[in-house]
Design a protein around this ligand. Structure first.
Ligand SMILES: CC(C)(COP(=O)(O)OP(=O)(O)OC[C@H]1O[C@@H](n2cnc3c(N)ncnc32)[C@H](O)[C@@H]1OP(=O)(O)O)[C@@H](O)C(=O)NCCC(=O)NCCS
Length: 182
């Protein structure tokens, strides 16, 4: 994957309905409100309870340093100028290729935005020469698995015991992949 012509800190990805842009300080309140959601708390290892400080750290530090250090393209998803969720590409080294992740605020769901964002991030990475892109969803997270399929990913199998839950137990995830020819 060739990132030499990309300025990761400022990179914006656009789709028909969405703008995937760098986080801004004024996203903190929306991120904080969204991450009170039970589904986000259940399926993602976000801090629980999720405080305004957690949101500020994610928006102004985690997302910024990931871009600055070339580790990932974490984006705020905007539809009609409104923050509706988060989508990211983790530029993880290894055989599986970059990893796509997403969550939508409760007010952003039911319109196909996650699939559109995941599709766009996969296209972005494949367009820059990644031989494959992957996505993992908890075996119980059927909404996310449906997003993966709508985003053009193929179900490749189940990775056992790769998830570590807050209570110390472990779980299985479905592995999805997308190749340039898919
Ligand atoms: C997973 C999650 C992002 C799915 O959100 P979502 O809104 O259902 O997903 P999409 O953006 O793909 O929207 C699909 C829905 O919009 C509907 N839709 C409406 N207009 C649409 C359009 N133009 N294009 C596609 N779908 C459209 C679809 O029919 C579908 O509804 P359905 O689920 O009732 O069949 C959301 O539930 C979430 O944030 N969960 C918590 C965090 C999480 O699990 N993240 C993933 C971790 S792996």
């Amino acid at each position: 994957m060739d990132l030499t012509l990309i300025d990761l800190p400022t990179e914006v990805v656009r789709t028909e309905r969405l703008v995937l842009r760098p986080y801004r300080a004024d996203d903190v309140a929306a991120v904080h409100r969204a991450c009170q959601d039970a589904d986000i708390q259940r399926w993602l290892r976000v801090p629980s309870p999720y405080t305004e400080t957690d949101a500020a750290e994610f928006v102004t530090e985690t997302s910024v340093s990931a871009r600055a250090e070339g580790r990932g393209l974490l984006t705020a998803v905007e539809a009609d100028g409104e923050f509706v969720g988060s989508a990211g590409l983790h530029l993880t080294p290894g055989h599986l290729g970059p990893a796509v992740g997403y969550w939508l605020a409760p007010w952003g769901r039911g319109r196909g935005f996650a699939a559109e964002a995941a599709h766009a991030l996969a296209e972005w990475a494949l367009g820059l020469g990644a031989p494959r892109v992957h996505l993992m969803a908890d075996v119980g997270n059927t909404a996310s698995q449906a997003v993966a399929v709508r985003a053009g990913f193929t179900r490749e199998g189940v990775v056992r015991s790769c998830l570590d839950y807050r209570d110390g137990s472990r779980g299985d995830a479905v592995l999805f992949g997308r190749l340039p020819e898919d």
